[in-house]
Design a protein around this ligand. Structure first.
Ligand code: NAG
Ligand code: NAG
Ligand code: NAG
Ligand code: NAG
Length: 287
């Protein structure tokens, strides 16, 4: 009886400890990390998309209207658009075009006379150029660049301020439940062919914040490995339990056999002694 309750206790403790060690199917607590990526077509792509967008702009002259750039066939699936604004209006009112919300006063001062904002959506090419080890992109990569186009022959990037970050909107992601699972990722060109990825927590569904030019997307950790790990834990746990039960069963059986054997032997001894005492010869001799 004592050993039984002890076994129960041990099993219970093991069970709870195993459960508590497997239960962290927890959200990722990464605030901001950087890693180098496997980017096959880096900076040059952005540059050529930007050039194509600027070419569109020279043919169209409406300030404040968003124009879609015409891309060569071998880039179909990518969307690039461009808007031209006065530096003053960008400074005073910000800009809300495409999926990017640039708040007022988020570009560095003094604002340029004329600015253009290039937006790009890499669409089905996103996975082709960007991979984050251990993660999966769940949206296409969106990018933007704010350019000083006051001088057509000397187009420059305008730097942004950290204080009023730009919002990049991923409209398909509106479910609050996924906030614990997904993260924002930003890709910044560093060298010729190396890019750095900054990973940060998503706070509002479908909104990522950026304080620099670059490409943005949303990632989630690859589930397979985690599931496998949990599965293997479970398997080990079950194997262990089965082993435990079998072990107890076998020891009880052996104990039972030993007990039965010793009882039988004792019986035999008694029988033998009985036989000894009942010896017809001796009886004969006596009589
Ligand atoms: C992560 O960000 C949260 C708020 O977003 C902050 O409270 C926490 O201190 C940060 N943790 C680290 C390790 O930076
Ligand atoms: C980078 O990607 C290419 C193909 O896209 C692949 O062959 C190569 O192994 C990858 N390198 C790393 C370090 O992941
Ligand atoms: C697309 O084609 C142009 C020539 O028409 C070429 O210069 C460019 O490198 C190609 N881009 C890609 C991504 O294949
Ligand atoms: C993306 O889709 C377009 C058609 O919409 C196709 O022509 C193109 O090859 C695709 N690109 C990639 C990298 O799959």
């Amino acid at each position: 009886m004592n050993s039984k309750s002890l076994t129960c206790c041990v099993v219970f403790l093991l069970y709870t400890s195993v459960l508590s060690s497997t239960s962290p199917s927890s959200p990722i607590h990464i605030n901001s990390t950087t890693s180098t990526l496997n980017v096959t077509l880096p900076h040059s792509l952005s540059q050529s998309l930007e050039d194509l967008a600027l070419k569109t702009l020279t043919n169209q002259h409406h300030t404040g209207s968003l124009y879609r750039a015409v891309l060569p066939r071998n880039l179909s699936g990518i969307e690039v658009s461009i808007v031209r604004l006065t530096g003053k209006s960008l400074w005073n009112a910000g800009a809300r075009f495409s999926n990017v919300l640039i708040p007022a006063r988020s570009v560095s001062v003094p604002p340029a006379r004329r600015v253009a904002i290039v937006y790009q959506n890499l669409g089905n090419w996103s996975n082709h150029w960007y991979t984050v080890p251990g993660y999966r992109l769940i949206t296409s990569v969106l990018g933007f660049r704010v350019l000083d186009v006051s001088d057509q022959d000397n187009v420059k990037e305008i730097s942004l301020k950290m204080k009023n970050p730009v919002q990049i909107l991923f409209r398909d992601l509106s479910d609050e439940k996924m906030l614990s699972r997904v993260s924002c990722v930003s890709f910044k060109a560093q060298h010729e062919d190396k890019e750095a990825a900054g990973i940060s927590r998503m706070i509002l569904p479908g909104v990522c914040y950026g304080s620099s030019h670059g490409d943005y997307s949303v990632i989630e950790p690859l589930e397979k490995d985690k599931k496998k790990k949990v599965a293997s834990w479970r398997t080990w746990w079950w194997l262990w339990m089965v082993g435990l039960v079998l072990g107890f069963g076998v020891s009880f059986f052996i104990l039972y056999l030993l007990h039965a054997y010793s009882t039988k032997r004792r019986l035999n001894v008694i029988k033998m002694e009985g036989l000894k005492s009942y010896n017809p010869m001796s009886v004969n001799v006596k009589s």
